[in-house]
Design a protein. Structure first.
Length: 215
């Protein structure tokens, strides 16, 4: 689907929200965190395609990032209020309505046994994980300052990348959805390499600290 076709076929919901300017884009980003109707990278590229100039693009990135962080804080707050046991019970009973399976939630919660900052940051650039990762973070009462910093940076990276890509390709005749998919896969792959290197480094450091000193 080319840029022109994607803009022409923009869902009515997107068109409605964007008609209210930055406030509408902000609210659209919040809604996307709670009701993922379509892949976020398509939405973000679509917003980038709609921007007339670089100033509008920058303001749109700021609005979407603020909305994404606000939505993440909403999930975080829900988790904080209900606590780990009640959240898990609610997910087991009603998670299917939000495409959140209990097994997937348990895996998300399990990831926080590692570095909280890096888990939160990396989670914001993984399509399925970025929506619900804040829920177990709040349920486990992670440091809100660490969560906010990592979420803000991760959202800026994800949102900015795809909106800039959409803006750059707005006059091209290439298939935008395919480019977006390959870009998302490339970001995830690069992130996986970085996390793998960091994990090896941490194990090496721990191994050195545990090595007993010679008598």
């Amino acid at each position: 689907m080319t840029a022109q076709e994607l803009v022409a076929q923009a869902p009515g919901t997107v068109t409605l929200f964007t008609s209210f300017g930055l406030a509408g884009i902000f609210c659209l980003a919040i809604m996307e965190k709670f009701v993922p109707l379509f892949p976020s990278y398509i939405l973000l590229m679509l917003l980038g395609l709609m921007m007339p100039d670089l100033l509008a693009l920058g303001l749109s990135i700021a609005a979407v990032t603020a909305g994404s962080v606000t939505g993440g804080l909403g999930w975080y707050g829900i988790g904080w209020v209900f606590g780990p046991r009640r959240v898990r019970r609610v997910v087991a009973r009603y998670g299917g309505y939000l495409l959140l399976k209990l097994s997937f939630y348990d895996r998300l919660a399990g990831t926080y046994r590692r570095n909280h900052f890096w888990v939160t940051l990396s989670g914001q650039v993984i399509p399925a994980v970025r929506i619900y990762l804040a829920l177990p973070a709040g349920a486990l009462r992670l440091d809100p300052r660490t969560f906010l910093a990592a979420t803000s940076l991760g959202c800026l990276m994800w949102n900015g990348s795809f909106q800039c890509l959409g803006y750059a390709l707005r006059r091209s005749g290439r298939d935008i959805t395919q480019i977006g998919l390959w870009t998302a896969m490339a970001i995830i792959a690069a992130e996986g390499v970085v996390l793998f290197i960091v994990g090896i480094r941490n194990k090496t450091v721990k191994g050195r600290t545990r090595t007993p000193l010679p008598p």
